[in-house]
Design a protein around this ligand. Structure first.
Ligand code: HEC
Length: 240
């Protein structure tokens, strides 16, 4: 209709460099508008009030879990299908992994899912199983990890690890960051004492195995925890 508009449009189309730049800009702006809220709006992240960050010892165990490649055979995510629910329990929720850096959901299950294994077995069972899986699960094809009972637990970078996670948004307190090593040793002693008291090997308190056991025993526990405990000062905000 309006010839003025038509000629302007023609000109714009002819200026292909300008036209490409403008097109690119409008796509970029659209993309940013769609994606930015995902990072900026906190309530978009579904948190679960009972899910808390790992303790320092559990975190050390998680590092060993990564180092040993357990994730290559074990997933940590129960899918919402009946067979999985009956075998493992409650299906995995996004809010369970908000403090996981990196995620260890895994994609291959040579062994069973581990996200609900916490509390399923006594500590000593895990020690024996890690040392030689055939001693507890006769036809297991899981490799032996006997060195976890021999290697000393290295806690030298634990405080730095906690403070690094804190910059990523994991709500560790100053106390946890600065006392990470002593907190880890305290928890390690409890597990080692329990293992020894039940007839297992003695003197494991400073070995890698106690960290791995602490980590395994934590998996899935938070979902079952009652939300009443320590509501004040809770760092979880947003949904439930
Ligand atoms: C080559 C594959 C493989 C690797 C690697 C592996 N596992 Fe396993 N895991 C299995 C298999 C298969 C089973 C089932 C039989 C058994 O209980 O040993 C199993 C069972 C388990 C169980 C008992 C689960 C249950 O619900 O009964 C735990 C706990 C476990 N593994 C922990 C670990 C940890 C920790 C690591 C790393 C240090 C690891 N696994 C590495 C294959 C593997």
């Amino acid at each position: 209709m309006s010839t003025h508009k038509e000629t302007f449009h023609r000109k714009l189309e002819g200026a292909w460099i300008l036209f490409s730049v403008l097109t690119l800009l409008s796509i970029l702006v659209g993309t940013v508008i769609e994606i930015a809220p995902m990072f900026l709006v906190k309530s978009n992240i579904p948190t679960i009030s009972t899910v808390k960050p790992l303790t320092p010892l559990e975190l050390a165990g998680r590092d060993i879990y990564q180092r040993e490649g357990c994730v290559n055979c074990h997933s940590q995510m129960v899918r919402p299908f009946r067979d999985e629910l009956e075998r493992y329990g409650e299906y995995g929720k996004p809010g369970e992994s908000v403090y996981d850096h990196p995620f260890l959901w895994g994609s291959k299950r040579t062994g069973p899912d581990l996200s609900r294994v916490g509390g399923k077995y006594p500590n000593l069972w895990h020690v024996r199983h890690m040392e030689n899986p055939r001693s507890t699960s006769p036809r297991s094809l899981m490799p032996n990890y006997y060195w976890l009972l021999e290697y000393d637990l290295n806690l030298s970078s634990l405080s730095a690890h906690l403070s690094g996670l804190r910059t990523l948004g994991v709500p560790y307190s100053d106390r946890e960051v600065s006392n990470a090593v002593s907190l880890a040793k305290e928890q390690a002693k409890v597990i080692a004492d329990d293992v020894a008291a039940n007839g297992g090997p003695k003197g494991l308190a400073n070995k890698e195995i106690v960290a791995v056991v602490a980590y395994l025993q934590r998996l899935g526990k938070d979902l079952k925890a009652t939300p009443t405990a320590s509501v004040s000062g809770s760092t979880n905000n947003g949904g439930s």
